[in-house]
Design a protein around this ligand. Structure first.
Ligand code: PBE
Length: 311
């Protein structure tokens, strides 16, 4: 009798153990590493959990257009859509997802403070190269600026800096909650050696007006803020107008704006650049080493856009 009861106990414990293992097995599956059938099931779950939605930013952004292209190009994104709203809304959704360790696929880029704030994120591999490799941020001027305002043209042409410079300003803005223009002006104070390179051979002017067009992202608010400060120290009167990417290119082509520091090339803004390149002057990169792509938290066990599953 005693022996029999022992057997029941063993059986009951055995059943519980099997159930527990099965439950653990499930969660392990969704974390498996893309090398067997179980991993594919895990990847399919991500699609369902995020409702086949990439969390994106403003509709006018180059990365939004590129993501629509990625959805067309990749079979793995068949039936997906990109939710376009604002960078702020995307960052809020990202923060919530990471706090709850939930899957999320965002449109991400560098330079930005997102990787400083959430270091455990990764770009998904992009074997079709839809998002390109490294991007430059390029300065463009209107035709005729060199003749009309040669000192402005020279200074804008000589302006170039590094990813770390830009990210430093962006991160400090994020950390302190201060106005990015104020942080940019302080950066100019603290980096007079760099400023000296940009202003080399540029004569002081007396109130020459310069209209810069820019985009509403912190990366370009940082560069435009720095350039505005430097130009004002040389005597220019600078207006920076934040507009949609399309308007940046249009206003340069029509001559309504003088210059921009905000063109992401060769890929992100290629559609606009190709349409207007004959109607503007390309001053070359002001920053190299930018990047765009689909970004996920590292706790998601996928490495490539192709590891996602169609609807
Ligand atoms: N961005 C930041 C912009 C350019 C700067 C990558 C979000 C875009 O047009 O996609």
């Amino acid at each position: 009798m005693k022996l029999k009861r022992f057997n029941y106990t063993v059986i009951i414990f055995g059943v519980i153990a099997v159930l527990l293992l099965a439950a653990c097995g499930d969660s392990n599956d969704s974390q498996a590493n893309g090398e067997n059938a179980e991993a594919n099931e895990g990847a399919a779950d991500y699609g369902e959990t995020v409702d086949y939605t990439i969390t994106g930013i403003e509709p006018g952004a180059g990365i939004s257009v590129t993501t629509e292209k990625a959805i067309e190009e990749y079979d793995s994104l068949d039936g997906w859509n990109v939710e376009l709203s604002s960078t702020g809304a995307m960052m809020t959704e990202l923060g919530t997802a990471i706090a709850n360790e939930e899957p999320i696929v965002i449109t991400g880029w560098n330079p930005h403070w997102m990787f400083a704030e959430y270091p455990d994120m990764k770009y998904l591999e992009d074997p079709k190269g839809v998002y390109g490799e490294e991007e430059d941020i390029v300065s463009l001027a209107r035709i005729g600026l060199e003749e009309d305002k040669p000192e402005a043209y020279k200074l804008i042409d000589q302006f170039e800096w590094e990813v770390e410079d830009m990210e430093g300003i962006m991160f400090e803005t994020q950390e302190t909650g201060e106005d990015i223009e104020k942080i940019a002006a302080q950066w100019v104070e603290d980096n007079q050696d760099r400023v000296a390179e940009w202003t080399e051979g540029v004569k002081d002017v007396d109130g020459v007006e310069v209209n810069l067009v820019s985009t509403p992202w912190d990366s370009e608010r940082a560069s435009s803020g720095v350039l505005k400060e430097v130009m004002e120290q040389k005597g220019f009167e600078v207006t920076v107008t934040d507009v949609d990417v399309a308007i940046v290119f249009e206003s340069l082509a029509t001559g309504d704006a003088d210059a921009t520091l905000a063109a992401w090339l060769p890929l992100t803004h290629s559609e606009f650049y190709d349409a207007y390149k004959d109607d503007m002057v390309d001053l070359g990169p002001n920053l190299s080493g930018a990047k765009i792509g689909l970004v996920v938290p590292k706790y998601m066990d996928i490495d490539s856009i192709e590891d996602l599953s169609p609807r």
